[in-house]
Design a protein around this ligand. Structure first.
Ligand code: SAM
Length: 277
């Protein structure tokens, strides 16, 4: 069967899933991402001693931060369909010294194996935009959260990706065209507030945050190079235009005027029927 354009739909079938792990880790280490992730976790209101599940845990970047928040008495479970990601997440958790609070297992977020009300909080970070049945995944997250517990999701919104480039029309063609082809919902971020509200969660709150890069980080460079390669592969632009586009980006970086921003929408709601502990 042909591979879907989104590599995160089937990470283990990609040519190099370990490279994807490196990419998740290098994204997770960037100061702007660290700030954004920790701000979201504080906004979610996760507390020491809690039992938390992260759906779509990847290499475990978010789980390791949650493990610090829940402390020694808390427990964190990461669930991901990728065997490679789960294996690497376990290895990285051991290396971080947080292994005893953290567990990773293989599974699809749309069919969680946990009983109703198992967790104090359920999380999904940069996952829903990749999933064709995002409502099904959210329904499962709500099911396994205890009454009064927290459901917290955060997604980028590729309709709110801004890059300062001399050729604006070409920039739009590449960035919008590729995002539309890859993601189940490239504009997922802005839909989350409505989705959590309409699924019956209470006290739904939104925190919009911005990833920003003015130093042209290696992760951003690879991200933009992949966008250009895919735009050529999917015949959205010719090779020459893609090269010209990348050269325009390098010129901004050389002049120290590179600027890219991307909105992240974090939404938190309470499962009805209980009180937060
Ligand atoms: C961009 S990564 C995010 C990983 C991690 N949450 C982070 O922020 O570093 C998206 C993750 O969603 C996972 N994923 C894709 N489809 C999924 C599904 N149906 N259920 C659970 N996870 C899924 C992928 O395997 C991948 O690990």
């Amino acid at each position: 069967m042909a591979l879907h354009p989104d590599p995160y739909r089937a990470a283990d079938r990609q040519p190099d899933p370990l490279q994807m792990v490196q990419s998740l880790e290098s994204r997770g280490r960037m100061p702007s991402q660290v700030r954004l992730r920790r701000r979201f976790l504080a906004f979610a209101g996760i507390r020491p001693g809690w039992k938390v599940v992260e759906v779509g845990s990847g290499s475990g970047v978010v789980c390791r931060d949650v493990a610090l928040v829940v402390g020694e008495k808390g427990r964190v479970v990461g669930v991901d369909p990728s065997r490679v990601f789960v294996r690497e997440a376990r290895r990285l958790a051991r290396t971080s010294g947080l292994g005893s609070r953290l567990r990773f297992e293989v599974g699809d977020g749309r069919r969680l194996r946990f009983s109703d009300g198992t967790f104090d909080a359920t999380l999904a970070v940069t996952v829903l935009l990749h999933v064709p049945d995002a409502d099904g995944l959210l329904g499962e997250m709500i099911r396994v959260t205890r009454p009064g517990g927290i459901v917290a999701v955060q997604d980028q919104d590729f309709g709110a990706l801004a890059l300062d480039h001399p050729d604006r029309a070409l920039t739009q063609r590449i960035l919008d065209g590729v995002a539309k082809k890859i993601y189940a919902d490239p504009w997922s971020g802005r839909t989350l507030f409505r989705k959590l509200s309409s699924l019956g969660l209470e006290s739904v709150r939104l925190l919009t945050d911005v990833y920003q890069d003015t130093t042209f980080e290696p992760w951003t460079r690879t991200f933009l190079q992949r966008r250009a390669e895919n735009a050529v592969k999917w015949k959205m632009v010719g090779e020459r235009d893609a090269e010209r586009w990348l050269a325009g980006i390098e010129a901004r970086a050389y002049a120290k005027t590179f600027c890219l921003t991307l909105n992240f929408y974090g939404v938190v709601g309470l499962k009805p029927g209980g009180r937060t502990r």
